[in-house]
Design a protein around this ligand. Sequence first.
Ligand SMILES: [Zn+2]
Length: 181
Amino acid sequence: MELFDAHCHLYKEYYEDKIDEVINNAKANDVLYMINVGVDKETSKEAVDVASNHDGVFAIVGLYPEFCNDDEVDLSFIEELIKTNKNEIVGIGEIGLDYHGEGVNKENQKKHFVEQIELANKYNLPVCIHSRNADMDMLDILKNHKVNKGFLMHCFSSSIEIAKEIIKLRRLHFSCRANYI
Ligand SMILES: [Zn+2]
């Protein structure tokens, strides 16, 4: 059996110098493909580096909702990475809304989520979504901002009713399925 891990975080912060070993172990156990997901500038760069050094490993780059609470955030690293690493980057993420915890600014999270969806559309990439405690706002954004290449709902802690709504939307967004798993 060939397995594809669509979401992992292989960074030095977690694995120190063992990243190669972790990837080799995964491959030895049939996980032949992996998507290494960034959450900010540094981890996105790391995700790309790891992808460029390993066959079967790809990268997703973006700014996680927790880092999108400020009025202005720097998203320029996303375009810089995409322009220089086309072969490694298969999506933008993980991005979305997370209203759990302190310091949440819902308006800013929504604004920067939409900005990153627009970037995904500009570069013809799908997005990987993190959504926690933000059901209605998430549905609202996905209804009004089509991701041309579709999305993968990664973090999801809501009801079956919301899941059904998301699946319906996902079908709409997935008018073109190419390029994404
Ligand atoms: Zn994640």
